[in-house]
Design a protein around this ligand. Structure first.
Ligand SMILES: Cc1cc2nc3c(=O)[nH]c(=O)nc-3n(C[C@H](O)[C@H](O)[C@H](O)COP(=O)(O)O)c2cc1C
Length: 201
């Protein structure tokens, strides 16, 4: 099948679109509001754009608490979602009023960051402390809302020593959760190694 997304219907019972770019990593984004209240929510429109320096991006469909906080504070933290925290991650996606602290709602622990004010998820083995680099408008046809991409410069990296095996992050130990299409998820469990080919004249 072929369809032009902004011009015609896909004709399927549910939009196939998100399943077409899958698996997507889940950026578990924590931030502080102007009063210092913590906020935590999952964003699967999330990716790392560069490694030197490390840069991450997440996209807010409508202006949500995370975007509000990040615009005001200029900071956020990304925590990885291991499979073991699936239910907690899902709980933090609740559309709670802005005064609700989703760490508390989901029974998660805050760990202090070193360089930014927002806490990270203590139960997560990986976290990036980020400073906002750029905020961009994203092409959008969602009725009545804006879509905004937030690019963050990663200024600090936390790695739990327990997931380091012989100096390498053992992804099998973390089983990072990823978002697929519809209401589907997958965890990275069957990790294998593949070296890139090298051209020889
Ligand atoms: C796995 C998952 C991924 C999500 N990805 C996004 C996303 O990329 N962008 C977005 O705007 N909302 C996304 N959501 C919905 C937000 O998490 C939800 O609207 C949340 O309440 C926003 O919280 P906040 O207002 O505290 O920022 C996602 C939800 C789940 C469960």
């Amino acid at each position: 099948m072929f369809y032009q997304p902004e011009k015609e219907s896909h004709g399927l019972p549910h939009s196939p679109l998100k399943a077409c770019v899958a698996p997507r990593p889940i950026g578990w984004i924590s931030s502080l509001d102007a009063d210092g209240k913590a906020n935590l929510a999952p964003y699967s429109f999330f990716q790392m754009l560069n490694d030197r320096p490390p840069v991450v991006i997440f996209s807010s469909i409508g202006k949500k608490d995370s975007q509000n906080n990040v615009e005001v504070s200029g900071e956020f933290v990304y925590s990885m979602v291991p499979k073991s925290l699936t239910d907690a991650m899902n709980a933090t996606s609740i559309n709670a009023p802005s005064h609700i602290d989703e760490f508390e709602f989901a029974g998660l622990t805050k760990a202090a960051s070193n360089l930014v004010s927002a806490p990270r998820v203590a139960e997560s083995p990986i976290a990036f402390e980020c400073k906002v680099h750029q905020i961009l408008d994203v092409p959008n046809s969602h009725p009545g809302m804006k879509v905004t991409a937030i690019i963050g410069l990663v200024v600090g990296v936390h790695i739990d020593d327990d997931v380091l095996v012989d100096g390498i992050i053992d992804t099998n130990k973390i089983q990072p959760l990823a978002r697929l299409g519809y209401m589907e998820y997958a965890a990275a469990e069957n990790v294998f190694t593949l070296n890139r080919p090298i051209w020889k004249d």
